[in-house]
Design a protein around this ligand. Structure first.
Ligand SMILES: [Zn+2]
Length: 61
């Protein structure tokens, strides 16, 4: 874990979103497009079941 940096945080192009699952306060690091410009953000634990549809899963380690 070395992604913590205090440098130039005001130049981030991506605004962090929280997980959309009710009661979950984790970061929604997986965005699933739901149409009309709406993106459903979910954390790994609450990842939508259809998230991987239409895209390749990352290789398992
Ligand atoms: Zn969550």
């Amino acid at each position: 874990m070395s992604d913590v940096s205090g440098a130039k945080s005001n130049q981030d192009v991506h605004v962090a979103e929280k997980c959309g699952h009710p009661g979950c306060d984790a970061w929604g690091i997986f965005g699933k497009e739901r149409g009309r410009g709406i993106t459903e953000w979910r954390c790994w634990e609450h990842l939508a079941a259809d998230y991987w549809e239409g895209r390749e899963k990352p290789p398992a380690r």
